[in-house]
Design a protein around this ligand. Structure first.
Ligand code: SAH
Length: 560
């Protein structure tokens, strides 16, 4: 819950806007400010105070307990210009809250936590449990001191500016280790614990078994990703509660799937009971991996639980990210996050330039020139297979005449692939022209480098006959000048000479240009490779200088 405290009328007005925006997340604390802050500090996990920072510092100072359990505190000034993350930036969530409050109130978030301010991921924000000398290692990363990365298991980490040797170490392991001074230990979720249980198996027995198995094998419970069992045991209270206490999901699999997994220790009892000769080992191994702890039974007599532990192979991560047509504010927040999440960035040099300032220190950039598409795709997939977090970038949408298909043609199912859509040129151009895509439309690339002209022409003809609005990508280059006139002639066979045509060059970039002409008047010499050409259908009209394709008369009558 987020506690809201204010003292003045202006503060109360801003407070009420926040409360209205987040009715289920906020609680207003009224009355004398000192009492309100005290009560909210005790009851809420985060506070927004519409008060001066100095006043809040004095009020919360006697209440402070420690970094791990104090709530995050954000202050908003009287004029609502700034949302200041005052206390608990990372652990307390105040940095994130300052950004969110900023969005609702139109205030500038003010974040002074060093790692956030310089764009480094705090070790505690990587989404992995972290132990050891976190403060010292974070400090060293910030100060630019040499920090070595010791990854004992492959895991797709965000970028960290690390060196080969150093007095400080970031260690990535699922083993129980005693962190040395200057060492931080990241816990990747690599372990799957397969569990079997008889009906009514007590949670203590299940949990005791799992904890003993991990400890004796030298494995950290912080690296357990999931408990896994057979579908029939999905509701077994001892398993459900054990998973809850470990803070991991209980994942279940059909008996038929488990029966197909080769295991070292099959037995008859589970075969009779649930239809698979192995539950614990099979459920742990079903996603592949290395069996670290073979099946063992709990101490009870009769033993009511079994478990087995598998280390699954670290899966690399390939994000295929569309950057949009050019303007920074047409790059989606999700694309921005993925660019900062990747430790390896692969792309065409001119696109890398477009977003270089967004990359975090330590990002490895693999850029190449025009024409090296296949090599780029292969590089990106190879890096992901090595367990890296990779972003493969393209302008517009990376799946439209771009890198997604060659990359995914190379990729096997041993990596995770995340697609981030981008604003493709046809949409960016459409918004500038008016509403040319208001009815059925198609995109056609006029590049015959990889597609025979006969195929392209057949598609243009089909679009002409079907009366589709057509957007031409790659319409014309120095060496390819006859294709556009030819394609327009095919369309002109089915559309009037006055059919509106939009020509948009460098949409959303510095030298953007937008022209509206007609099929008859279009001069192909004004078109180049930075341009898309959108040809209207037989219903498209020019209205008040804008290109408009009606949705259709029937629809307009229905809504009247
Ligand atoms: N993936 C890109 C398209 C790559 S093909 C996308 O989704 O937009 C390259 C062609 O796209 C160019 O020849 C041009 O026709 C078009 N294009 C890309 N960006 C453009 C922009 N900002 N303005 C106009 N056309 C653009």
């Amino acid at each position: 819950m987020i506690g809201l405290i204010s003292a003045t009328a202006a503060g109360a007005a801003a407070r009420d806007r926040l409360a209205a925006a987040w009715p289920d997340r906020t609680r207003v604390y009224g009355g004398p400010v000192a009492d309100a802050v005290r009560a909210a500090f005790a009851e809420c996990d985060r506070l927004v105070c519409f008060l001066a920072t100095g006043a809040v510092v004095r009020l919360v100072a006697p209440l402070l307990h420690g970094k791990t359990d104090d709530p995050g505190v954000v202050c908003v000034d009287e004029a609502g210009r700034y949302a200041v993350s005052l206390l608990g930036g990372h652990g307390g969530g105040a940095n994130e809250l300052a950004r969110e409050v900023g969005e609702v109130l139109g205030a500038e978030p003010v974040v002074t936590t060093a790692t956030d301010a310089v764009g480094l991921p705090g070790l505690d924000t990587l989404g992995l449990p972290v132990e050891g000398d976190v403060a010292a290692v974070s400090r060293a990363l910030l100060d630019g001191e040499a920090v070595a990365l010791r990854a004992e298991v492959a895991w797709p980490l965000p970028p960290l500016p690390v060196a080969a040797e150093g007095a400080y170490t970031v260690r990535v392991t699922d083993r129980i280790v005693e962190p040395a001074g200057g060492e931080a230990v990241l816990r990747p979720p690599t372990l799957v614990v397969g569990v079997g249980a008889s009906k009514g198996a007590p949670v203590e027995e299940v949990l005791g078994l799992v904890e003993d198995a991990l400890r004796e094998a030298g494995l950290s419970a912080a690296s357990v990703a999931e408990l896994a069992t057979v579908d029939a045991k999905a509701g077994e209270p001892g398993l459900v509660e054990a998973a809850r206490r470990l803070g991991v999901p209980l994942v279940t699999h059909p008996a038929e799937a488990l029966a197909r997994v080769a295991v070292p220790n099959p037995s008859d009892a589970p075969l009779a009971a649930v239809g698979t000769p192995s539950v614990a080992e099979a459920a742990a191994l079903v996603g592949g991996g290395e069996l670290l702890v073979p099946k063992r039974k709990s101490a009870g007599s009769p033993a009511m639980a079994t478990c087995a532990v598998v280390r699954r192979p670290g899966r690399g991560r390939l994000a295929v990210v569309g950057l949009g047509p050019g303007a920074r504010d047409l790059l989606t927040p999700r694309a921005r996050d993925e660019l900062r999440r990747a430790s390896v960035l692969v792309g065409l040099d001119q696109y890398v330039d477009q977003i270089r300032d967004l990359l975090r220190p330590g990002t490895r950039v693999l850029e190449s020139g025009l024409g090296a598409e296949e090599e780029r795709a292969r590089t990106a997939v190879e890096e992901a297979r090595r367990g890296q977090a990779v972003a493969l970038i393209g302008s517009g949408d990376a799946g439209v005449y771009a890198m997604a298909s060659p990359a995914l043609a190379e990729a096997s199912d041993d990596i995770d692939v995340i697609g981030v859509p981008g604003v493709t040129a046809a949409l960016a151009a459409g918004a500038l022209l008016g509403a040319p895509l208001g009815h059925d439309h198609v995109s056609i690339s006029l590049s015959d480098l990889h597609t025979p002209w006969e195929v392209i022409e057949r598609r243009v003809r089909a679009a002409a006959e079907a009366d589709l609005v057509v957007t031409f990508y790659n319409p014309r280059s120095r060496g390819r000048d006859w294709q556009l006139p030819k394609a327009l002639a095919v369309l002109a066979g089915h559309r009037a000479p006055a059919t509106p045509v939009g020509i948009v060059r460098n949409a959303s970039r510095a030298d953007e240009s937008v022209r509206l002409t007609t099929l008859a008047a279009l001069d192909p010499a004004t078109v180049d490779m930075m341009t898309v050409v959108t040809v209207g259908n037989t219903a498209t009209r020019q209205i008040a200088g804008r290109m408009v394709t009606p949705r259709g008369y029937r629809w307009q009558e229905e809504t009247r």
